[in-house]
Write a protein that binds this ligand. Structure first.
Ligand code: C2O
Ligand code: CU
Length: 509
């Protein structure tokens, strides 16, 4: 467990919390209780009458109708750099869906893709099982020309994402942000921006077997170090399906984007001195984990995977596929500053966005990497302290010890959880009401952001739905309360690992 004293000294003091505009952590600020009324330290947390019920049977607010059309289109990721791909409503990333907590979302999805079914998954939201969008588990794919209405309560508040959950469609641009605004944020801010990070792949994703075959070739030729050998050139570039000891099979990405822009032509955000800006950092990438820092500024993390945490100031953070962090940036250092997101595995040029003060004397950002990428304080999971009620610290009713492995030189297209490959793996059976512990150890050379559908789980003193298991013998465990019956996927959010078998089903029996 987390050393609370160490944690306290790392966290912001009370005065700083107030400076950041944190309101008292009681009643309404606690948000939606997930696990009953007892805090992890044994103290009762106060509940106000205005508190929302646990996972609501229904939403209390108005219905919000949204329409998503999955279709072919073109997208410009830099000046004159246009690619054909698959899109929601012709946009990349897909349109932002934004609602208030407690409203009811009714989203009609039209499938106008050629000759293929599709589904949409609402990543992170603990919704009714039938709305979860997993083909073969919770629904049949929406056929070409068909449509489906996803209908569920927008709760709890948080930064989420939606994406296709069929095959490799996620890597074709079928992603977008979904924001559920809280009634009473526990941090104050003047405005906010959403930043969506993506490894951009034009054209069709290559099937795994093909990528694996190319990877095998490159291994024999050059021991798999991608990007360093002109002889390994893909027809479009030289990143095509190569095998890197660290990066595994890497699709031929054209670049790492923030909000659909290449680093050479980054998105810009205006800042005014003295204001506080909330940034929602969302990573629906298929195969890229980022180390993120903002030059000239610290980042105060206020939410992890959408759940509120005690604000903690850091210089950089790691954002795995499927993870989200909300941060508060205090605009106290005029200039033009890059936010840089460097890939943790592989050697692609970092994604970039620019923050430009209205009163900046300079017009161009300073070169080089933000100091936060070279040193300083890095966010760790042990730094995250939920302000919500957590499941009690007691021994679990059920425990799974799962080894994550795969990516072997001879079989780069096989990844396993507990020695099994999806969809042939037997379900992991649980019962409603149980406290379930999942302890993972990573026997492989790549990290795995592991995502559980339909539930938040507890990691240390925080709630999350996606957690990175570090490469080379990384170990981490999470606990969750089995409070949402159904059939739920649990998988690595590296799309290529998932497609290569790295998924299991949690099944209520
Ligand atoms: Cu974004 Cu199965 O997940
Ligand atoms: Cu993985």
């Amino acid at each position: 467990m987390v050393d609370r004293n160490a944690l306290n000294s790392q966290r912001l003091g009370r005065r700083e919390l107030l400076r950041y505009g944190v309101r008292t952590l009681s009643a309404t600020a606690l948000g939606v209780p997930l696990f009953g009324a007892t805090a992890c330290d044994g103290t009762e947390r106060r509940t106000g009458p205005e508190r929302q019920p646990d996972r609501p049977a229904g939403a209390t607010g108005p219905v919000r109708d949204v329409r998503l059309v999955a279709e072919l289109g073109e997208v410009e990721v830099g000046p004159g750099t246009i690619y054909g791909t698959w899109l929601y409503n012709g946009r990349f990333p897909g349109p932002e869906i934004r609602v208030r907590e407690g409203e009811r979302l009714r989203i009609r999805v039209d499938n106008r893709l050629p000759d293929t079914g599709t589904t949409v998954h609402w990543h992170g939201i603990p919704l009714p099982n039938a709305m979860d969008g997993v083909p073969g588990l919770t629904q049949d794919p929406i056929p070409p020309g068909g449509s489906m209405v996803y209908d569920y309560p927008a709760t709890p508040a948080g930064s989420y994402m939606y994406h296709s959950h069929l095959g490799l469609q996620l890597d074709r641009g079928l992603v977008g942000p979904l924001i559920i605004e809280e009634r009473t944020p526990h941090v104050a801010y003047d405005r906010e921006h959403v930043l969506v990070f993506d490894d951009f792949l034009p054209d069709a994703p290559r099937p795994l077997e093909e990528l694996a075959a190319v990877a095998g070739r490159s291994e024999r030729g050059m021991m798999g170090r991608r990007g360093g050998n002109g002889g390994m050139m893909d027809r479009r570039d030289r990143r095509g399906g190569m095998m890197d000891g660290m990066a595994g099979i890497v699709p031929p990405y054209v670049g790492l984007l923030i909000n659909g822009r290449l680093p050479s032509d980054p998105s810009e955000f205006a800042l005014r001195r003295g204001e506080r800006v909330r940034l929602r950092l969302i990573n629906p990438s298929s195969a890229t984990t980022y180390r993120i820092a903002l030059a000239g500024h610290r980042m105060t993390v206020s939410h992890a995977d959408g759940r509120p945490v005690e604000p903690v100031a850091v210089d950089s953070l790691l954002l795995g596929m499927g993870e989200r962090y909300d941060i508060i940036v205090e605009a106290d250092n005029p200039g033009v500053w890059p936010l840089v997101a460097a890939p943790v595995e592989g050697d692609a040029p970092p994604a970039r966005a620019l923050f430009r003060y209205a009163d900046a004397a300079a017009t161009a950002p300073r070169d080089g990497l933000p100091e936060g990428l070279r040193g300083g304080r890095r966010l760790g999971y042990a730094d995250l302290q939920s302000i919500e009620t957590l499941p009690g610290e007691r021994s679990p009713d059920r425990r799974f010890d799962l080894r994550l492995s795969g990516g072997m030189m001879m079989r780069p297209d096989v990844w396993t959880i507990g020695g099994e490959t999806w969809p042939d793996a037997p379900p992991l059976e649980i019962r409603e009401g149980e406290l379930v512990r999942v302890a993972m150890s990573n026997m492989s050379m790549m990290l795995h952001p592991m995502h559980l559908h339909g539930h938040f789980f507890r990691v240390g003193q925080a709630l999350k739905d996606t957690v990175i298991v570090e490469a080379h013998m990384g170990r981490i465990a999470f606990d969750f309360v089995a409070d949402n019956p159904g059939r739920w996927l649990f998988h690595c959010h590296n799309l290529y690992h998932m497609e290569a078998g790295m998924a299991r089903e949690f099944r209520y029996v």
